[in-house]
Ligand binder design. Structure first.
Ligand code: AGP
Length: 590
């Protein structure tokens, strides 16, 4: 997944695009590039590394039109020549692209036969060359349209024509939004890229093609028809500062500190809509959750919750959903969960389910994202802008909304709100406790040099073990394995040696005793036991106390010390907590 941005207007496009890329860096950060026009000359700058570290803006000349890109490499290694913008042989057409052009090989062969010479290993480079080829007998607009119609795959593309200084953008499956500013027009992968300039946004649909002619003039049409469209302008409530670090050194710790507020906002739902969705759930004989990564772990907790009252509830990672679709009929309600709303596997799962006639409810954080526009029902999780690649507050918001829906099917949404707001206050006390934080920092120092960590939990704590392992793996680069306590003696215990760190998630309930037995069995093999729960136990070598809550609410509290632990271990290891290697905030390519 990459980040693209473009601007044409009366302000300095060079600085707007550079700063916009810095706001899009969470989408991919292995290399970046910009092209801007000044005195009819195209100035191209491409670099390997994070744009966040770029300090040379003052050396770049001002411009009134520019396009830029921050990359997460798919086709072609991380290099200057493979970074975007890519350009035509006559350097009149410049292109930035997010997504994949699946049929680029055949297009490339066709263009090479027409003496086009390619310099990069990317799929993207065929786009400016194809436009150049059509440009021989067509206008800029017609050349782009013909080109877009020939591309297969999911993408968002922005093209700059050096001759006219005009910009054309289109999307098919990958996000592209338009910003309507007082002094100029924006195109970007995501709203935070230009939120400091305007909160007036047009969310583009698949096949839409935007032609930016000058600072205030644009035309939108869809490739499916010739008609010029009048698209709705949405006003975004998020404030730019929300998308800034403010007093915090990293987005991760800022977004962890925003968890109490995120829970409060997640349960602040339109009651009418909530009861409509609750009825939908009640009437659906089967529920099936799909999501990826962290959102998947929230879904698993949802499966436990609704199954506990006899509701037939399934769950699968979105990328594996097709294997379960044959077991689902039209009466099944599919519940898709995603922070970004752009995760390609979740989108594909929803499309497959809809093709089979299933109704789809999506729980999403990013307004106007693809999932919000292809689902039958949508509830926003209201976590606000989440920039750190590691999902933190969005996980708590997803869990809170799923739990609120659970209360709602028993017409207990008011009690649900009350119980969840109580937990958000308890979590706030934890996060404000210096003793709690210093304890986590102490454990982080201890674990930062370890190679392997094992995590166990039973029942509602099993999804928590999975999220624990994911956070430590992606944030600290430590091999961390999660398993249900009951699986311990079926193999995993063979890995335990003297001093092996094992995190035990405990909460009051039926499984407390069995989990303690697991801790004892690990201890007797020499493991170093880190207990997370509401009571210190004799086998614990390190104990982190969390508030005592009902078992089905424990995923909300037991994960808090883990999010902090991942953050402080990352700092101990000198890892950038916001941008761990090889990852991106949401995965829009398969
Ligand atoms: C979580 O920390 C990861 N960034 C990743 O697993 C993420 O949860 C997954 O890619 C799903 O993203 P989504 O919620 O935006 O769909």
């Amino acid at each position: 997944m990459c980040g693209i941005i473009a601007y044409k207007g009366k302000e300095n496009a060079t600085s707007i695009v550079i700063n916009g890329l810095k706001h899009l860096e969470y989408r991919g950060y292995d290399s970046w590039g910009i092209v801007y026009l000044n005195n009819q000359k195209a100035h191209l700058l491409k670099k390997v590394g994070k744009i966040g570290e770029f300090q040379g803006l003052n050396k770049l000349s001002n411009s009134s039109v520019a396009i830029g890109h921050t990359r997460w490499a798919t086709h072609g290694k991380v290099s200057v020549v493979n970074s975007h913008p890519h350009f035509s042989s006559d350097k009149h057409i410049f292109v930035v692209h997010n997504g994949i052009v699946e049929n680029y090989k055949e297009l490339k062969e066709e263009l090479i036969k027409k003496d086009h010479h390619f310099v990069s290993e990317t799929d993207t480079e065929v786009i400016p060359h194809l436009i150049e080829e059509y440009r021989k007998n067509n206008s800029f607009v017609a050349s782009c349209e013909k080109t877009f119609r020939r591309l297969k795959g999911l993408f968002a593309i922005v093209v700059l024509d050096k001759e006219t200084g005009e910009i054309i953008g289109t999307r098919k499956g990958s996000p592209l939004v338009m910003g309507i500013g007082d002094k100029g027009l924006f195109l970007a992968s995501d709203v935070p890229a230009f939120l400091n300039k305007t909160n007036k946004v047009i969310f583009l649909d698949d096949g839409d093609m935007v032609h930016i002619i000058d600072a205030g003039t644009y035309k939108i049409k869809n490739l499916s028809s010739k008609k010029i469209l009048k698209k709705k302008i949405d006003i975004i409530k998020w404030k730019q500062e929300e998308a800034e670090k403010g007093k915090y050194p990293h987005f991760m710790i800022k977004e962890i500190r925003e968890i109490p507020e995120a829970i409060e906002k997640a349960v602040c739902q339109d009651n009418q809509k909530l009861s409509l969705i609750a009825d939908l759930i009640k009437k659906s004989p089967n529920l099936f959750f799909v999501a990826c990564g962290t959102a998947g772990h929230a879904c698993l907790a949802g499966q436990y919750l609704f199954s506990s009252v006899g509701k037939h509830t399934g769950f699968s990672a979105a990328s594996e959903f097709k294997n379960f679709l044959p077991t689902l009929d039209k009466k099944t309600l599919l519940i898709a969960v995603s922070q970004s709303g752009e995760t390609i596997d979740a989108i594909e799962a929803v499309k497959r389910a809809k093709e089979k006639g299933l109704k789809v409810l999506s729980l999403v954080n990013v307004m106007g994202s693809t999932l919000t526009r292809i689902s039958d029902y949508v509830l926003m999780i209201n976590a606000g802008s989440e920039k750190c690649v590691l999902a933190t507050k969005s996980y708590l918001s997803q869990l809170s909304l799923i739990i609120l829906l659970f209360y709602s099917i028993f017409n207990q949404s008011k009690k649900g709100e009350k119980d969840l707001k109580k937990i958000s206050r308890q979590i706030n006390q934890l996060l404000e406790s210096k003793l709690f934080i210093s304890k986590i920092k102490k454990l982080a120092r201890k674990l930062s040099s370890t190679k392997h960590i094992y995590v166990i939990g039973r029942s509602y704590n099993f999804p928590t073990t999975l999220e624990t392992a994911l956070k430590i793996k992606e944030g600290c680069y430590i091999h961390t394995e999660a398993f249900a306590g009951g699986e311990l003696k079926h193999g995993v215990i063979a890995l335990i040696e003297k001093g092996t760190p094992c995190i035990i998630h405990l909460s009051k309930g039926e499984e407390e005793e069995n989990t303690l037995i697991n801790a004892m069995e690990l201890k007797s093999r020499g493991a170093y036991i880190i207990g997370i729960g509401n009571k210190k136990q004799k086998d614990f070598d390190f104990f982190i106390e969390v508030p005592e809550v009902e078992e089905f609410l424990s995923p909300l509290v037991n994960i808090i010390p883990i999010l902090l632990l991942s953050y402080y271990i990352a700092l101990e290891k000198g890892i950038d907590p916001d941008k761990p290697r090889n990852l991106a905030k949401s995965v829009t390519v398969k």
